[in-house]
Design a protein around this ligand. Sequence first.
Ligand code: ADP
Ligand code: MG
Length: 353
Amino acid sequence: MSKIEIKNVYKIFGNNPSEVLPMVKEGANKEEVLEKTGHTVGLDNVSLSIEEGETFVCMGLSGSGKSTLIRHLNRLIDPTDGDIIVDGTNIMELDEHQLIDFRKHELSMVFQRFGLFPHKTVIENIGYGLEIQGKTLEERNKTAMTQIEAVGLQGFEDQYPSQLSGGMQQRVGLARALATNPEILLMDEAFSALDPLIRSDMQQQLIELQSKLKKTIVFITHDLDESLRLGDHIGILNGGRLVQAGTPEQIIMNPADDYVKAFVKDVNRAKVLKAKTVMVQADKFDTSSIKLAETYKVNEGVYIEEFLPKVLENNSTIVVVDGKGDTKGYITSKELAISLSKTGYNETTNTTQ
Ligand SMILES: Nc1ncnc2c1ncn2[C@@H]1O[C@H](COP(=O)(O)OP(=O)(O)O)[C@@H](O)[C@H]1O
Ligand SMILES: [Mg+2]
């Protein structure tokens, strides 16, 4: 079962959303709806599933509906139509009391502008969610100290947010979100305000934390590189519509439309595509054309960039093996050239222009 299921969710902003809903359901797009009714389409028939323990990245340009989507998950926003199921529970059916409980225990949010309390110290900020849960000061401080260590802020626990750099403030934001040990972490452009190097450090830290914690993370960004680095799956929004959802590799190899293509056109494919994605399957490859001395073995999960030099320098044929060492396929310089070319190989079959 998926951890989070979003089913046919529509969100229309304006004075009379339900009156406008049929028009949106019949296919009118965001511009038409705005022009004819003055209402803004936030989400337009969005359905997606997020699996337990994965990082799901939601990407799109500004105004595409990313924040609207994530705010539905903790019911800061209610849909005009559709259902949101978390852990098998339709969260629209929670009463006020259950909703408070759900927000306290099930999920935490990390904000772009950190959202720290300026008059509270680092340790007090991190312990805040636990204070709301009614934990004692001693319990709060004990948990907060563990989180402070997890994000590498030892020694800063008694400082105030204004004494910290942006990157450190966001570490506090992350530690605070994790302190209540929520199942789901919602991160809305959490790293977008940080300088590039610090942002990259934070991404690495999140990857490391996540490899231990295995939370279900919904991460929002408008940055493709960040999406590719963090996402197990990526959903791409345009004008409130989900135009594509898939693994990073699926999105790079088969962009669904021109909007997605514009995002992926400059990506460094060697960093994103794995051996198994670009190989020719063993049973379809003519091994008589290679000499054993020219081969080089790699695991199927290895990224192209790691074996690219072997192919370029020695013209080696890559033998792709699985965890047991069994041969799954082969990669020659030809497959590499095709998969690294910016347009990608589906372009030859897809292009109609
Ligand atoms: N409270 C609101 N009232 C009216 N329009 C809104 C409101 N919140 C968001 N919108 C509109 O919904 C669309 C999606 O916004 P948002 O989800 O904030 O986009 P993103 O996070 O992708 O930048 C935008 O056109 C925005 O102007
Ligand atoms: Mg936003």
